[in-house]
Design a binder for this molecule. Structure first.
Ligand code: AMP
Ligand code: ZN
Length: 145
């Protein structure tokens, strides 16, 4: 793992090698408008160091990334007079991640904009028994110990 990956389009934005509509920069995070916006104000927030997955970030980078999202959400909503926003990460190619550099999407939402809630992202809902739910909860909980 290196801080910058020359094949990564977002690293090239961090390095200033390709243009972006940068809206905010901190020590460790950068935010710029999505080039193909889902809504006016659609903004991407990235750690400046190259990592593909959220779980690849160390605690400090994760903190800076979340703090930047936290700071920007109300600012972006206000700038485009949005009624709300979806804030989400496509984490891994199976989840639809196309650019392999961690990025949080801030997608402003408007009453009656015709969009969907985040529940619309997954495929068919699984039918899980109580026992299966218990097993899954245990599997997650025991890994956090
Ligand atoms: P994802 O599917 O989560 O990897 O989304 C990648 C996002 O990056 C898409 O919404 C693209 O529109 C956006 N994108 C790709 N290249 C650029 C770029 N050069 N500047 C700004 N946004 C970009
Ligand atoms: Zn990168």
């Amino acid at each position: 793992m290196t801080d910058s990956n020359e094949d990564c389009i977002f690293c090239r934005i961090v390095e200033g090698e390709i243009p972006s509509r940068t809206v905010y920069e901190t020590d460790g995070a950068l935010a710029f408008l999505d080039a193909n916006p889902l809504a006016p104000g659609h903004t991407l927030v990235i750690p400046t160091a190259h990592h593909q997955h959220l779980q690849d970030l160390d605690g400090h980078s994760a903190h800076v990334l979340y703090e930047t999202l936290h700071d920007l959400v109300p600012v972006v909503e206000d700038a485009v007079d949005a009624d709300g926003s979806n804030v989400a990460f496509n984490n891994g190619s199976a989840a639809g991640q196309e650019v392999p550099h961690v990025h949080g999407h801030i997608v402003p939402r408007f009453e009656n904009d015709g969009g969907s809630p985040i529940h619309a992202i997954a495929g068919e809902r699984p039918e899980l028994s109580d026992a299966e739910l218990d097993d899954i909860a245990d599997a997650i909980a025991e890994r956090t110990e």
